[in-house]
Write a protein that binds this ligand. Sequence first.
Ligand code: FAD
Length: 410
Amino acid sequence: MSHSPQTIIIAGGGIAGMTLAVLLKQALASGVQVVVCDPAAAEAAQKAPEDNPLRVSALAADGRRLLQGLGVWDAVSARAQAIASMEITDSALADPVRAKLLSLSGDVGAGEPFAHMLANDDVLHALAKAAVEAGVELCDARVERWLWNGAAAGSSGMARLSDGSRRQASLLVAADGARSNLRALAGIGWHGWGYGQTAIVATLAHERPHGGRAIQHFLPSGPFAILPLTGNRSSIVWTERAADVPALLAMDAEDMLTEIRRRFGLERGSLRLETWPVGAFPLALGVARRFYADGLALVGDAAHQVHPIAGQGLNLGLRDVMTLGDALVEAIRIGLPAGEMNLLRAYDRNRRADVIAMATVTDGLNRLFSSDFTPLRLIRGLGARLAGRSSVVKQMLIREAAGVGASTRD
Ligand SMILES: Cc1cc2nc3c(=O)[nH]c(=O)nc-3n(C[C@H](O)[C@H](O)[C@H](O)COP(=O)(O)OP(=O)(O)OC[C@H]3O[C@@H](n4cnc5c(N)ncnc54)[C@H](O)[C@@H]3O)c2cc1C
């Protein structure tokens, strides 16, 4: 007797959703039907990415290994910039010299940097191509509703799409971002708060090379990160108090560059904006009360949103993908339904500690550093100096940033 393969619908073709689609289809081939519903994903397969991207991410070593295993890394590696070291400074905007608080460098393995900077669109384009090659169906509609029929009714549910069609599936994966409508419709609570901060993002060209150095200037209004891109280019993630942002965004390019230069510093010579207008992203923390509902799993920002202070949001999402993907491949191989409740509960259990730890660390770092309160400045200075003196602590911090430390899976 031949069984028709189970169908898994992934709502949201951002990096988390697309990576899961490629992982499942490559591992199970004709043993599963994978459908990614998102008009943006269908477009990413067609459109060549821009040379000067606005949205970039630091991809930790474990995420890079995942992309390598899926054969996607080779397509993006030429445009990826290895991060050789990280420097942290703590100063006020007017300080003439930015005192270095901590400097971290080192690889996680022989010749393997702890992180690379990549354009989000480069990764999405390569994933979309790999998905099509593997046989993933890219569907040009959004998922509007998910109705679960129950385990007794063949463990399947029905997705209603924005084009009016309906699709039956064994599992719906909601990878529809931090403001996930599917999470809300499933009645899953969201615990978190807004930071009253906005991240201003831009790509800059500079006269002198960066040497692979990522720099985080901790300023009273929030961190100002300088992240190396290929060539003499860097991306900035400039966190400001939300109330001050409209006036900054109203500036013309020349005034904006002057403000950026005050924070960026002079060591890399003259600066030029490669992207205009700049991007602006309101920052918030949020963790879903559960990462599952009936026949539904949450992955990526739909499950958790963290402050970009440590560049870990996407990396957390890729760890969801590894955990859920492995569990689904194993279950489907032995003929279990993909939406099986025990599998979904185990996924939640396996991811929760890592997610809560990262949410707590990023929230704490932001509170500790986005402040000019003198006792806090003293405490962070002392903590960083102690960490900087110990090569064991430094190596531990590098391994945690790479996603291969003791608190994450190896
Ligand atoms: C300024 C900034 C800097 C950052 N830097 C880093 C970094 O350096 N490293 C890092 O790891 N992370 C970083 N992050 C976090 C990272 O960008 C996010 O965690 C990541 O992009 C989330 O990916 P995702 O696939 O889960 O969701 P998204 O990228 O939000 O994708 C969701 C997709 O779902 C689609 N969608 C929405 N609703 C539906 C629906 N109903 N049906 C179908 N599709 C739907 C949307 O069109 C979208 O394509 C940063 C974030 C910010 C704001």
